[in-house]
Design a protein around this ligand. Structure first.
Ligand code: HDE
Length: 678
């Protein structure tokens, strides 16, 4: 039965698989009611357990087999359901049905991830983030399997195993977890200089996002759009977060990994549960076939981006994530993405990295999900019907009826039948290809540094400083001096000032033999030019007994601006204000920490306990050092005066009423105050 797709259709399909065990009698997997689940069947109360205890055997066997291999990369991830709505028809460029009529809604499932770490690793690793989207379209699943960085380390898929071996924990001691700050990674970088552009992004603030909700997403590889007339455009895909692109600072990231290694998933989960649905606009950059060679980079090279100022990003729709998963294993862990899952109107380019990916995903999923039938798992099923002659294999769920499972046949009227392009059959773009079989890299792929320099040129001063510090940290953790030296030599090809500053921090001297000359700048690359909003930003309100009752109205006014308020005090439970008003403390200083918040609001009155004063001062000092907005009112400004913070950038004091709320929420929208004296 053919089903018209709408944004609920995937939810309806999943509904059939949801099981609620609440209030039910316990049974075995065979449906037999169980009378006892605490004591195994024994020969006498103190005797040995009997083999005939089928309930014990079943329970233990299932438990023994609960784990599946984690993803070889992108093991740690978190996902949500949502919908994508098209703003304008893309008919002129692609015949993909979900991109034809404005207003069309397509169900989606998105999984965000880190790349390097194991499934249990901290989420604030310096790393690229995966941003994989499955669109359940009426023509089949379309997967846009992207990252939050628009370029990649390597140009050819054959090098991926080497890259990943170098970045994972070193094999002789399995150290360090989820970190690139070690010799093998940097040895790889220095000896595979096509990574120069990507490593600039990886050392930038992009690699330590504030939230999955505040990251861009990029398809990275070059794909094709093909319209109904067969005309093709090269295309790159972008996700633009409505909340803007924002990051934490490195010291904060390291502390967050200890204070809350689930920081990103919790942020996503709570935002969706609280109705603050994350939104991302979908953008496309398109290049006509005739313009393939009009750029100073090869458009098939995945270590290059297409500067937005040269190839504008056309915004074509919006994705809203509006439902958390019911079960992380069944959905987030079992979902299988593949850049080769396309629909008519979307096709591949000859980008050699993409070609490598097209092989790898199914191959790895065969072992991870235990056989060839993972497309039947609820989360992976398309919402349209699927019919072919594939049969059997581990865990097969469909019961294909009839005697025929081959093509061509006469016994079933030669069905299932391939259909023509007009009837929706996928036809590969008929690109003319002419060449010799060679193991070689195109000359046009050999400039590794111009765009790395452009990225550096496009950074603001604070962003540049963060990059210098990141290189200095990472290389400082390397044990081999030769590795440090090789990387700094490499940096000389990107920017001499950058190389010199890193060299100085590492105690190395380097000699520039040539000076990079690219003066191109792409303002779109700086996060400072991104959207700024106070929405969903978390404010820690440091409050103690005796607070001013007017605080409640102030907190309501801050909430009305879209911020999230959480109170921190020296004890949990009710805090009593001077006029008897009660306020619930959500955290104590031992369960909360400034790194878990975007801003701090101090309202403590005179005469609070010494412990409160000490803890509050520590909290505020750390937030200040991380350049966060800090505010005080009622009697809280006394603490900021004592710390010498009053009057500094992003510190709001002495204001009252609306003016205070305005200044504080503007400061929160600003995110960080890099010009602050720390
Ligand atoms: Fe992947 N990648 N990748 N990758 N990738 C995987 O597939 C691979 C690359 C990306 O949330 C694996 O099912 C090769 C670029 C994401 O489930 C594996 C190459 C980009 C995810 C694989 C690349 C990505 C993966 C591991 C170079 C950004 C997680 C588990 C030729 C556009 C998807 C799996 C999820 C996962 C291979 C490069 C994104 C091994 C060979 C570039 C977001 O198949």
């Amino acid at each position: 039965m053919d089903k018209k797709v709408n944004a609920n259709s995937k939810n309806e399909q999943l509904e059939q698989f949801r099981v609620d065990d609440k209030d039910k009698a316990m049974t075995t997997n065979q449906g037999l009611k169980v009378s006892e689940d605490e004591f195994s069947l024994k020969n006498g109360e103190r005797g040995p357990t009997l083999l005939e205890d089928f309930h014990f055997r079943e329970k233990m066997t299932h438990f023994d087999h609960e784990r599946i291999p984690e993803r070889v990369v992108h093991a740690r991830g978190y996902a949500a359901h949502g919908e994508f709505e098209l703003y304008e028809s893309m008919q002129a460029y692609t015949k993909a049905k979900f991109l034809q009529s404005p207003g069309t809604k397509t169900p989606v499932f998105v999984r965000f991830s880190t790349v390097m770490g194991s499934r249990g690793s901290g989420e604030l690793a310096r790393d690229a983030r995966g941003f994989a989207t499955k669109f359940y379209t009426e023509e089949g699943n379309y997967d846009l399997v992207g990252n939050n960085i628009p370029v990649f380390f390597i140009q050819d898929g054959i090098k991926f195993p080497d890259l990943v071996h170098a970045m994972k924990p070193e094999p002789h001691n399995e150290i360090p977890q989820a970190a690139t700050a070690h010799d093998t990674f940097w040895d790889f970088i220095a000896n595979n200089q096509e990574s120069a552009h990507m490593i600039m992004w990886a050392m930038s603030d992009r690699a330590i996002p504030r939230s999955f909700r505040m990251m861009e997403g990029f398809g990275v590889n070059t794909f094709r759009f093909v319209n109904a007339e067969g005309k093709s455009h090269f295309v790159k895909f972008h996700w633009k977060p409505v909340l803007g692109v924002h990051s934490v600072v490195w010291d904060e990231a390291q502390k967050l990994n200890g204070k809350n290694p689930d920081f990103h998933r919790q942020d996503l989960y709570e935002a969706i549960a609280g109705g603050n649905f994350p939104e991302f606009e979908l953008g496309v950059q398109m290049i006509e076939e005739k313009d393939e060679f009009q750029f100073d980079f090869d458009i098939l090279d995945a270590t290059k981006l297409w500067p937005e100022e040269e190839v504008p990003v056309k915004i074509i729709g919006k994705m809203t994530l509006n439902r958390n998963v019911d079960n992380v294993f069944a959905e987030t862990e079992q979902v299988a993405f593949h850049p080769g899952n396309v629909v008519p109107g979307i096709d591949f380019s000859n980008d050699p990295l993409l070609q490598g990916r097209l092989f790898s995903y199914t191959d790895t999923q065969l072992i991870r999900l235990g056989g060839p039938n993972f497309h039947e798992l609820p989360i992976n099923r398309p919402v349209c019907p699927f019919h072919n002659n594939q049969r059997d294999g581990y865990g097969r769920q469909t019961i294909n009826v009839g005697q025929v499972s081959y093509h061509k046949n006469s016994l079933a009227g030669n069905t299932p039948t391939p259909v023509s392009e007009e009837e929706g059959g996928y036809v590969h773009y008929q690109e003319k290809v002419d060449g010799h079989k060679v193991r070689a890299r195109s000359e046009s792929f050999k400039d590794h540094f111009s765009q790395a320099t452009m990225f550096w040129n496009s950074m603001s001063n604070p962003e540049k400083l963060h990059i210098i510090n990141a290189f200095s940290f990472e290389l400082g953790k390397c044990k081999e001096k030769s590795v440090r030296e090789q990387v700094v030599e490499m940096l000389l090809n990107i920017d001499v000032d950058l190389a010199n500053k890193v060299a100085k921090n590492l105690g190395i001297t380097v000699q520039a033999t040539n000076t990079p000359t690219n003066s191109k700048v792409s303002p779109a690359l700086s996060q400072l030019n991104s959207a700024k909003k106070p929405d969903t930003r978390k404010i820690a309100v440091l409050v103690s007994e005796g607070f001013d009752g007017e605080l409640i109205a102030m907190l309501d006014a801050l909430k009305a601006k879209g911020t999230m308020i959480e109170t921190v005090s020296d004890h949990l439970g009710a805090i009593k204000g001077a006029d008897g008003t009660l306020l619930e403390a959500n955290h104590t200083f031992s369960t909360a920490d400034s790194v878990l918040f975007d801003a701090v609001y101090v309202v403590s009155p005179q005469g609070t306990t010494p412990t409160y004063q000490k803890e509050a001062a520590y909290f505020v000092k750390e937030a200040y050092a991380h350049f966060k907005p800090i505010a005080a009112s009622f009697h809280g400004d006394q603490l900021l005066d004592e710390l010498g913070f009053t009057g500094q950038a992003g510190v709001v004091t002495k204001e009252t009423g609306n003016s205070f709320v305005e200044s504080f929420t503007n400061a929160i929208a600003e995110h960080r105050f890099w010009n602050r004296v720390v």
